[in-house]
Ligand binder design. Sequence first.
Ligand code: GRF
Length: 187
Amino acid sequence: MVKKNACIFISGRGSNLKNLIYKSRENNFPIKIKLVLCNNQNAYGLKYAKKNFIPYKLINSNSRMLDNQILNILCKYKISIICLAGYMKILSRRILKEFKGKIINVHPSLLPKFKGLDTYSRILKNKEIKSGCTVHFVNEKLDSGEIIVKKSFFLNSKEDERSLKIKTQKLEYLAFPEALIKIYRYR
Ligand code: GRF
């Protein structure tokens, strides 16, 4: 199997990156992680790129040259899929257009419910009985692209943000790889 070259965008902890690095070692996993892009020099997740000898690039999300910088490096590494794994910035229209249908994101709710930030607190406030995660294609509208994989669990009465995050991320570690497999199954 010829693996697709992937770039993972991160901003923080990078636990999904860590999981994807681990999964991508499997022979029949569809992607090879060629590059990590990060907009935060203190991101813990950079540790996983360094430890696994994956090239990484720090980007300044306030730079006016950001799009050119990102597109040049994606071209240099022949990237054919972008995985947003906790990347906290909105991608420009230009990047969305250049990589149309080739950018996916993981969101910590059952989309279309609870798009946007502060997801866990809103889920608890709303007294949801079920929650989970969604992997979806990225388009111009926030957290609104076509859904690839959704996974859910039931909340209990003692649920707090911490427990909700742990349960949600546990499902993300299954959903993200599953989504990649699903995307490339028939290609
Ligand atoms: C994930 O839980 C995802 O739902 C959200 O950002 C979080 C990133 O976590 N988009 P990590 O950096 O992969 O640990």
